[in-house]
Design a protein around this ligand. Structure first.
Ligand SMILES: [Zn+2]
Length: 527
């Protein structure tokens, strides 16, 4: 007993010593040392290539990070992915991905088998920053986030590392990060406007986050093909900034309307994580937190993940002037000053800085990661439940989905048909092709017609893309004018591509094969 105790003490002492020595030997430089200023300091922004250099160094010097280059962007910048977890989980990464994939498409899997996999697996928390390049603070916050995950041995960080895997894309638009921050330095200290005056994505400018249903840009395609569809994260955290006149930060839940093709469990998860974030912010005395404000869940253009088993976690932090503080003109506190049910504590200062934005970003990221790591098994089971319900087409609220969509073989524009099917296939939708004539809903279809059933793991995506949207009639007040929608209200893919598609409500029989549509050559080329 005594010996055992002594051994334990010795082992503990050794492990403390060895981790202390490892850090010293590894000489992981803290961000301020590496970049030459404190991250979030007024007037300074870490540049994207230097950030990648730092992450590569951390990957080399610790055993908690794996750095993987996924490809080059439209303008030739690096687009990497960081895997961050305990060394044991990183070693076991392939098996963990296999579990995610099985739970994502649970056809033929029993509940008991799913439970076993959920107990063995680890939830993947996917986070990316700066899809909007002028929203620079999150691109800086991730430096502190990664450094802490790489070096901190507190119980909170250990829990995240041991019980989950963090996937991180440092910037969803690296080209814009380079352009915007280079321009910032070029004009620093001059009276000229420091916001980059041209498109900061070569083709789409600012709103590159409206491409999650057409997949036209390289960055979108890398994110979906090499992260979403390949590793099957169970949650995606999308870090943004918003205007400076309202709340200091928005967290979920979202406001009306919701796309009915999204499983309701995901809405619960959005609420849970968003409120854990709000709770963490307010516990730390960070004021001006709002939820259920302006951001809705209607358009697939912004939310690929919710049709692929994951809640979308949007965080929107109030802008400053890139790296310069904002100060209220009249000396009054910034933002809304009325406390409401969804905005309990107004912000009470008249300035707002990059450093504060960075701190808010760090807080919400760790709150989200902690929530997922703490209840990992439950998260994986919900991932399974969503996949199971989607595969059978049976989920609460899903009353409108037809049995299938039929794309008749004869079309006015074969390329349009091909393009539509290619988009759906890229979104992981299964496509069948009839091998013989069949009839559905009283109509005859020749062999070669395509059939897309809505009861499949990503049937929610198929249905939102192939159904005709009826945007809800939301009014500013009863009897008042319509509430302006946040974004586009319709996205029916066959209307966009000029294809004839029939919606068939009731099941029918057809001899068919699961097919792969050959990819359109040159679709992902950079020019
Ligand atoms: Zn944004």
């Amino acid at each position: 007993m005594r010996n055992a105790l002594r051994l334990t003490v010795l082992a503990l002492a050794l492990s403390t010593l060895s981790s202390g020595r490892m850090t010293a030997q590894q000489g992981v430089p803290p961000p301020d040392q590496f970049f030459g200023f404190k991250i979030g300091a007024d007037g300074d922004l870490a540049r994207y290539p230097k950030i990648l250099e730092y992450f590569q160094l951390l990957a080399k010097q610790t055993d908690r990070i794996k750095y993987e280059e996924l490809g080059k962007t439209t303008m030739g910048n690096s687009y990497p992915l960081l895997r961050i977890s305990s060394p044991a989980n990183l070693k076991n990464f392939d098996r963990l991905v296999e579990i995610n994939r099985r739970l994502a498409d649970p056809r033929g899997l029993s509940e008991a088998e799913a439970e076993k996999l959920a107990a063995e697996g680890k939830p993947f928390y996917f986070i990316y920053a700066t899809i909007h390049s002028t929203e620079v603070s999150n691109g800086q916050a991730i430096i502190n986030i990664v450094h802490r995950l790489a070096t901190d041995s507190s119980p909170q960080i250990r829990e995240i590392l041991d019980n989950s895997v963090v996937l991180m894309v440092p910037s969803q638009n690296p080209d814009g990060q380079v352009l915007v921050i280079d321009h910032w330095y070029k004009t620093k200290g001059t009276p000229f406007n420091r916001v980059f005056p041209d498109l900061y994505h070569k083709y789409v400018g600012h709103d590159d986050n409206r491409d999650w249903f057409m997949f036209t840009q390289k960055e979108t395609r890398m994110n979906i093909e090499y992260v979403q569809n390949k590793y099957k994260p169970i949650i995606t955290h999308d870090m943004h900034q918003q205007g400076g006149a309202g709340a200091r930060i928005f967290v979920p839940p979202f406001t009306e309307p919701f796309d009915p093709n999204m499983h309701p469990l995901l809405r619960m998860q959005q609420g849970t994580v968003g409120q854990a974030m709000a709770h963490a912010l307010m516990s730390e005395g960070k004021k001006g937190v709002a939820w259920e404000d302006q951001y809705d869940m209607w358009s697939p253009a912004r939310q690929y993940m919710v049709y692929h088993g994951q809640p979308r976690i949007l965080t929107e932090i109030a802008n400053s002037n890139l790296a310069d503080p904002v100060k209220s003109a009249n000396g009054r506190p910034l933002g809304w000053q009325e406390s409401t049910a969804h905005f309990p504590v107004p912000y009470d200062q008249d300035t707002w800085t990059l450093g504060q934005q960075v701190d808010y970003g760090v807080t919400v990221a760790f709150a989200g990661m902690t929530e997922v790591a703490k209840y990992g098994r439950n998260w994986l089971m919900n991932f399974y439940r969503v996949g199971r319900d989607m595969s059978t087409g049976q989920f609460p609220g899903n009353t409108a989905a037809p049995y299938a969509y039929v794309i008749p073989a004869e079309q006015r524009d074969n390329f349009g048909t091909f393009e539509m099917l290619d988009i759906l296939q890229f979104g992981a939708v299964e496509i069948h092709k009839a091998t013989a004539t069949f009839s559905a809903n009283g109509k005859q279809y020749p062999a070669g017609s395509f059939v897309i059933k809505t009861a499949q793991p990503y049937g929610g995506f198929a249905n939102t893309m192939l159904s005709v949207q009826n945007y809800p009639d939301l009014r500013l007040f009863p009897g008042g004018p319509p509430e302006p929608p946040y974004d586009v209200t319709g996205h029916t893919l066959w209307m966009l591509t000029g294809v004839t598609v029939d919606s068939v409500a009731k099941p029918f029989e057809a001899a068919e094969l699961l097919v792969t549509v050959a990819s359109v050559a040159g679709r992902t080329s950079s020019d």
